[in-house]
Design a protein around this ligand. Sequence first.
Ligand code: TXA
Ligand code: MG
Length: 329
Amino acid sequence: MKPDPTRPAQANNVAEPSPEAISRAVELLRQGHVIGMPTETVYGLAGDGLNPAALGRIFEVKQRPLFDPLILHFADAAAAFDVAEQIPTSARELAQRFWPGPLTLVLPKKEMVPHLATSGLPNVAVRVPAHPVAQALLRAFKGPLAAPSANRFGRISPTDAQAVRTELGDGVPLILDGGACAVGLESTVLFLADPEPVLLRAGGISLEEIEAVIGPVRHAAPVEDRPQSPGQLRHHYAPRKPLRLVRSMGEIPSRTDVGWLAFGTQTDSFLGRVENISPTGDFREAAANFFRALRSLDDDPRVTELYATVLPAQGLGLAINERLERAAS
Ligand code: TXA
Ligand code: MG
């Protein structure tokens, strides 16, 4: 069911992550239902990763095209590598360094992984999330959970339980409330199924951090429609209002109905509404605030047009810029 915007959200499917709520979540997942799961990156729409009916339900609730494959989440690296046919040394080194955490590795899949999870691709994306509620759920469920970000396809990713509620309404029976996501950007997706590693999506672990462990990584360019590696769709993270990218406040019209997603700058003299994602210019803070701030400006009825400051192109700044460019396209 789609959320009804004319009715106030009744958060009766949002639950504190008590042991009882985790048990209820496991029960629902075993029955093939999908639920809202907090992770340290963004909230996920989780379903049994080995149950094709549950996988189908994820695509249906998200209104996601079947050609865009899902990430499988595991409690630990041993479980994650168990669904991969080959595990290169680079994957083991990265897992050792960054798991649990915001890194997804794409590896050749074993037969047991359903085609629906990988959209028919020969490779599977695997990740070990760090959030304690995701960890508790995975340990109690004792199997992989497929989980895309819990937004409708193409929309802004949710970084708290209320945003999941806004995106999916009663479309899910349960949303576990794990608070605001500490990282705030999706995981970095790294393709390791060929000898040359390729960055498919910049994310919570920076390219520099990855290259420090495994050496040079090629950065895949976004493509327009049906991509070879689906994570590269250009139009994504879209607000409802028009969004333009700027380098400075001087490029933004001086009007009260303008919203500005600012970063590390003086904003006092601005006439419109400002969300400064990090007044001190800190990338981690900016990442943690990014989707919440974008959503808040997009939802503000006084704001008709959005502007966002482009970040310096390094570290997590690259990952935020990649999302800004897609949100503005
Ligand atoms: O941080 C995250 O990764 C969050 C949380 C919930 O874990 N999940 C997430 O999932 O962002 P999703 O579905 O919104 O994005 C997964 C990305 C997509 O861009 C998808 O195309 C790519 O990973 N992907 C998944 N499986 C792949 C595969 N086999 N080959 C290439 N890309 C793949
Ligand atoms: Mg997503």
